[in-house]
Design a protein around this ligand. Sequence first.
Ligand code: APR
Length: 234
Amino acid sequence: MQRIVVLTGAGISQESGLQTFRGPDGLWNNEHIEDICTPEGFRRDPLRVDRFYNNLRAGLTAVQPNAAHLALAGLEQAARDGRWQGHLTIITQNIDDLHERAGSHDVIHMHGELLRLRCTGCGATPAWHGDCFPDTPCPACHGPTLRPDIVWFGEMPYHMDTITQRLAACDLFVAIGTSGVVYPAAGFVDSVADHADTMLFNLEARSGPSPFDQTILGPATHTVPAWTQALLAQ
Ligand code: APR
């Protein structure tokens, strides 16, 4: 039984039409992280933060999963059908729902989800819907305490216990479409180096020495399906 953990970043959704955070047309070129992606920024100006995430939500409804998302979902399906003797876990830094819409089920959103809100009062995580505003009361406790269910800088990522367990048990770690500059995700490759092979799928080579055993360059919609097809042909 091959146990694969895949870490995805914004690059896997880029060919679906969603912006990445860094690079030529990155989201952070036009926004200040401290104003948009921190608890302090939300406290200062919740409407501005809500506008940013509502724009991302509007963009999400206009796009579809791409061949890279579908290839990973196909690998998980092959395991369920018995066509592949393996287990696939997707840990994503992405807040979009494209892995789920592609058909993946075992998806861990370590930075939260765009289509959920979180109540800072009772901890409920209601689905976001079109007419949610910063003063929309929590449907569970009715407090004016809803915020985007996104992990902001300075906050602990979600599901780290499960993530640590899956990384400890994997024999192959694959990173797809991530710049590897944000921790703890950026450190996952080092944490598995003593017991797993490692592969990086990215559009361009990263600067400096690579901690990955293998680096496959090119658009994820080409490289990821080629990889999963080769796995299934084994
Ligand atoms: N195919 C493969 N890789 C791609 C593609 C593509 N079509 N397009 C872009 N990439 C690569 C880029 O080369 C870059 O290395 O995807 C990476 C995207 O990097 P970032 O924009 O930094 O996104 P990410 O790594 O997901 O950011 C991590 O930072 O701002 C926070 O919380 C945010 O989860 C995010 C975290």
